[in-house]
Design a protein around this ligand. Sequence first.
Ligand SMILES: C[S@@+](CC[C@H](N)C(=O)[O-])C[C@H]1O[C@@H](n2cnc3c(N)ncnc32)[C@H](O)[C@@H]1O
Length: 339
Amino acid sequence: MTKMDDKNTQGVKLEYSNEPDVSENSILNADDFLLSILLQDQTTKKNILWMTDNYAKHGPGYEETSQITIPLITGKHSKVIRPRINKTKAEQLHRVRDKAEVFTPSWICNSQNNLIDNAWFGRDGVFNTELDKSWITNKENISFPEGKAWKDYILAQRLEVSCGEAPYLVSRYDTTTGQMLAIEDRIGLLDRKLRIVNENAGSEEEWIQWSIKAVQSTYGFEWQGDSLLIARENIVLSYIDYFKSRFGKSPAIELTREIAEIASWNIWQMDGLKFVVPLSCHEETVVDEGLFETTTATISCEGCSKNNIRKHNGVYCRIKDWQSNKTVKAVNLLKGEMQ
Ligand SMILES: C[S@@+](CC[C@H](N)C(=O)[O-])C[C@H]1O[C@@H](n2cnc3c(N)ncnc32)[C@H](O)[C@@H]1O
């Protein structure tokens, strides 16, 4: 084993306090690769884009269509990206007007996630009992209906559309109040899968194997790059929380990178109305070199002009089906290509 390998199998030393925001400096300090993985766009093989004009005031590199790079969000810029709850009122208002950014309280996320589980389990109140704008967690181990096993639950694919900071997937904090939630009371779709892994996996090896599958089967997409990064961070931090709570130590750097890599595929940047990288549709100039004269014409995107989801000239987003280990165009989800 090389010296590098030794380092990678050590527990990740990611320092974060019990509050919604985690500084990008602390991610960078924990591991050089981790933050770069979290910024990757697996479709373009570049970094994710800001896709909001909120940051343009910070100068070059912060324009709406620029990539988010490590120097722009670390060092003295470490506080640049903040969760919505920590943004100024003016920023919040601008984002409501610009991108209809209004986040959902945890009790509503819980109630809607419960509907999915009610249908899957064929009974109500599996994970918790709903109260008025809150819930009480059911403490006993969860039993499975006939014909369904705990591993089926882990493999069942779940998606949060227009995920923002992904409160339906992971609920470290209530995105509308900033209130932190104890692990045992979390209600996200991935939280539920990790609870099931906790209750059923015997060895550390089995826990790791199935917790990876839990993350692999959890998806979300979002337009704005800052929220997208926070959503990915929330996935990784939640994973670390569960690992620490189960084993009393941090996951290895290698494992943490693997989770970040999955999050960089599964939580992707997309215009959900077109299934392409936001703002990637464009006008094309067609040059016709005739016998006597050369003419040029400008053609707009057919998908945009005819509102045809399959005819965009922008970059169609690709996502991964981890069970078959194949990538597919996200637009193919419409014809049920993944399951
Ligand atoms: C109402 S918020 C919901 C966020 C989160 N799902 C929640 O419930 O708290 C809507 C989100 O959709 C995103 N959004 C707006 N237009 C979009 C589009 N065309 N494609 C993808 N995301 C979009 C916004 O950036 C915003 O984060």
